[in-house]
Design a binder for this molecule. Sequence first.
Ligand code: FE2
Length: 346
Amino acid sequence: MIFRQLFDNSSCTYTYLLASRRGGEALLIDPVIDKVDHYLQLLRELDLKLVKAVDTHVHADHISGLGSLRDHTRCVTVMGRKSAADVVSMRVDEGDRIEIETIAMDVLYTPGHTDDSYCFVMADRVFTGDTLLIRGTGRTDFQHGDSRMAYHSLFNKLLKLSDDVLIYPAHDYKGDTVSTIGEEKAFNPRLQVTSADEYADIMDNLNLPNPKQMDVAVPANLSLGFSPPGKTIEERTLTAEDAGRQLGRDDIIFVDLREAGERARDGIIPGSVHLPYGAIDEHVKPGSLLNAIASQTGKNLILYCAFGERSALALETLREAGIENVRHLGGGTDAWIKSSGTMGKA
Ligand SMILES: [Fe+2]
């Protein structure tokens, strides 16, 4: 596996790059906007294709690189279901997996530092965001933080992982880079407590100043949505109601760009075909399925995904490939379900 731990000096944030091989797919965890050029250069140097950018939670101390990375690379942006960010491409719950090629991370919901904090677990390591730091834990006094919930997330979830699992946090202010579950259980001063009350007593009396960038970073991180859509996309965007009226027509094919896990979890628009967004570059090549359907059957395509972001990006990819008889479902299945559109079983 290719693994890089990258550091942003000004916010003391760690960003992680994962890929299974040179020439393959890559994923970034907790990217910082100021470092996006650096990530893009590293991706080029290692011959990697960024396919996902993931935030562990809405950060208060730096602006996320998710939106900028999506705009540069058309990668899928991923956050937890509980995140209040306006639009990210894919939302995950506890029990879901975030996958690229041969790498998979299991999602753990670990509220406490914020109400949208998640950890990502692999066989030998866990990305803990601000839930668990090296010899510390994330503060619980803003962004719907809750010290008792944090205790539960730590003691009943994270610390149940095996002692030799490596911990990679979102921040370190002292220069430490990695620890283990066992090491933190033994030496993390915040974890030497015997009850949620005792933990809450420590956390509720830290009296920390707010992060320097908080007033800028939080609002920015809540509006990471794909924007501006641009005229060519806007003209090809259907509301859920408009799309609903096209359902069942012989000359229309709905194309689901989501991943298998999302389809199984949330259902599908009945009768749609599945062409995952991650393989869109392959699908638009001459001779490929999507290209053949679009150019030879005379049918019109309606692309959809979870929130309308992947389908909007895919419209651009298709347009560049000369496939024009395509529209997309604005707001994705989220808008579809809200407008009482039926979903079938995948
Ligand atoms: Fe945080």
